[in-house]
Design a protein around this ligand. Sequence first.
Ligand SMILES: [Ca+2]
Ligand SMILES: [Ca+2]
Ligand SMILES: [Ca+2]
Length: 335
Amino acid sequence: MHRTIPLIANLILLAVVSSTTPQALAEAPPDSLTLESTSCAAGPGDTLQVELWLRNPQQPISGFQAFVQFDPAALTYLGIASCYTKCTGATDPPCGNGPFQLYFPADVSNAGNFSGAQPGELNISGSTGFTGPCAAPASADARIAILSFQVNAGLQCATTSVDFRDWGALSSELSDQGIPVPTSLVATGELTLDGAPPQIACPEDVTVSCQAFPDIGETGMAGAIDDCGEPALEFSDSIAMGEGDPELIVTRTWTATDACGHTTQCVQTITVTPSLGDGDVNGDGFVDGLDVQPMIELMIEGGTPGPAFCAADMNADLQINDADAGLLVSALLAG
Ligand SMILES: [Ca+2]
Ligand SMILES: [Ca+2]
Ligand SMILES: [Ca+2]
């Protein structure tokens, strides 16, 4: 007989490495222009996307100018793969939903072509229309453009950033009806260019007793390495009854995640064998009436191997049911 026990949502964070990945700005400063990269999961030859956003406008915004700079030794601008999120006229999703209609340059692929341009410089600006459906000023967060870059060769694990700059006397800023709006500029911050997932090694498959199962010292830890830093390790379990003799088969999926969000998994099989429970379901050192209620809860809700489950499994069949409750009652009556 094969019975599947409800999957346990047993996700244990074993090690967390602080991530250098900039996240989308949950709380941007008022009236800000931001450069955001949702992922640094790009290595040499990969495409890195950086989005230009209007964030948290406190007043109507009808225009912007963004003078962008990047390290041309690290990144190559991919104009054709980039796009404005034009109010109208754009063809590639999600590039058809921005607040601004008029752009300079009209084609974002030419953002690096302007008088006096230096390598690594992009100039883009735009405004809402004077009339028509795109005439309303922006009043909410809006993605203005998606800028695509190729990560240059030999840069695995290098860091870079995409920033704002001034252009002569002009600043990167928002505006309304041609009047500059005091603007907070938020650049990408440091991006680790990482195109490779971590490597992971699972612990050996093991057989442990019910009581020993929750102890990671008994079942073993996975190991993981990443070329750009220490990855985070976590696992999740799914548990099913084994065939034949009472035993539980725990399929433990280990996942290593690097700071850029690449993941690698491996699977460990843990066989849990029964052991006689002592009835101390609440773990207070006594077998008494206080153990009845948690026993009933385990009977109703089920459970997975752990101190309470194993203590309640008084007939050692890896199930908590009437038989265990009866044995507990007998133990209580026997004093
Ligand atoms: Ca990596
Ligand atoms: Ca107890
Ligand atoms: Ca039992």
